[in-house]
Design a protein around this ligand. Structure first.
Ligand code: KIV
Ligand code: ZN
Length: 394
């Protein structure tokens, strides 16, 4: 089995359908460009039946990026599949992604239908989609709360009907890594090479990334994910975290993907500009604090060697630099470094003591000191610049 993992990005579909994340077509094109440039394998551009705007956005992504593989989502119903096919029409690498729920809960409360009927509808949907395109993905919605034997039967039937990718969504974020890996292993075994197995995880228990990563050793070879981890409810598996894990831990996660990790931060910023919120400050990889150090012990270690407190360089994921944030936990080493960077030269021990005392008194009363605060403090103590400040830190 290959160690190559396909990155299927759903920022523009599952991500976009969550509160505060809807995007106009020009915004979707901006995000799509970032995804294409970073090397995403498949871009799910929208759910064409949902609205005229979504349909037009998928068309625009197809027009603008002829060399990208573009997917459009459809329920397993004829009008959805016709609409998805129309949105992708003329594109050289189209994928129709059709889905139907398979769990007992959804069958009873959502559809009021039996297992055999749902299986027939899944097969009919894949067959219809195959009449338009060669590349069809089938998703068993709520797969992780579906009876295992039935799930395997549906997956095999979908593959036999022509699906080249079978996706096992943890729609409600219910899985733990071992549980998910076990299920994926069973589906991989049942499919026996008929189709690639994909994983699609949600973060309701904060395990979306862990679950997706755990599925790889069980045989999954496509991960569905979104920039900044946006998506329904608590979000989807975060693209940047999955990529960074493969980059930082090849010893435990020996898989590769085609993403240029140095483009991660830029893409995250573009998405933030297109929706109504950015990643939480302490979000791994792309959050404001992901490479920021405030504690004195950490700052001192970092200044001696960055590997003491960083497992990857910020540049390796496109973040311009680490930051030493000056606050009440900071130490003399970092403060002295900042004083030098601000152009006040090297201070002797007595001067550092004086500045540090004034600094900690100020830091006790404030939540984060800016360079302007430090300059004011130095000037008030009678210090004057002796050189040119290096680039100011935020
Ligand atoms: O979470 C889910 O089940 C989905 C499917 C449509 C793939 O987003
Ligand atoms: Zn989803």
């Amino acid at each position: 089995m290959t160690d190559q993992v396909h990155i299927f990005d759903t920022t523009l579909r599952d991500g976009e359908q969550s509160p505060g994340c809807s995007m106009t077509t020009p915004e979707k094109l901006r995000v799509a460009r970032a995804l294409v440039e970073m090397g995403a394998d498949i871009i799910e551009a929208g759910f064409p039946i949902a609205s005229e705007g979504d349909f037009q956005a998928v068309r625009a992504v197809c027009r603008e990026f002829p060399s990208a593989r573009v997917a459009a989502l459809a329920r397993a119903v004829p009008i959805d599949i016709d609409r998805a096919a129309a949105s992708l029409d003329g594109h050289p690498a189209p994928r129709i992604h059709c889905f139907i729920a398979t769990s007992e809960i959804h069958l009873r409360y959502k559809f009021n239908k039996g297992q055999d009927q749902i299986l027939d509808e899944a097969v009919a949907a894949v067959e219809q989609a195959r009449r338009f395109v060669d590349d069809v993905e089938f998703s068993a919605e709520d797969a992780t709360r579906t009876d295992m034997d039935y799930l395997c039967r549906v997956c095999v039937a979908a593959a036999d009907a022509g699906a080249s990718v079978v996706n096992i969504p943890d729609t409600v974020g219910f899985m733990t890594p071992d549980d998910y890996a076990e299920r994926i292993g069973q589906v991989v075994g049942a499919l026996d090479g008929r189709a690639e197995v994909s994983v699609h995880t949600h973060d309701d228990l904060g395990l979306a990334v862990a679950n997706a990563i755990a599925s790889l050793s069980a045989g999954a070879r496509q991960i569905e994910c979104a920039l900044n981890g946006i998506g329904e409810r608590a979000g989807n598996c975060s693209l940047e975290e999955v990529v960074a894990i493969m980059m930082v831990r090849p010893d435990r996660v020996p898989f590769h993907c085609g993403i240029d990790a140095e483009k991660l931060y830029g893409a995250s910023r573009i998405l933030t500009e297109c929706i109504t919120f950015g990643p939480q400050p302490n979000k791994a990889i792309v959050g404001r604090n992901a490479f920021a150090h405030e504690a004195g012990i950490h700052q001192d270690g970092y200044l001696k060697h960055h590997t003491t407190y960083e497992i990857m360089t910020p540049q390796s994921v496109g973040v311009p630099s680490s930051q030493l944030v000056l606050g009440k936990h900071s130490g003399r080493h970092a403060l002295h470094q900042r004083v030098e960077d601000l152009g006040y030269g090297s201070l002797d021990r007595r001067e550092i003591r004086t500045v540090y005392r004034a600094f900690t008194a100020l830091a006790d009363t404030r939540k984060g000191l800016t360079d302007q605060d430090i300059v004011r403090l130095l000037e008030d103590l009678g210090f004057r610049t002796v050189g040119t400040p290096v680039a100011a830190q935020a």
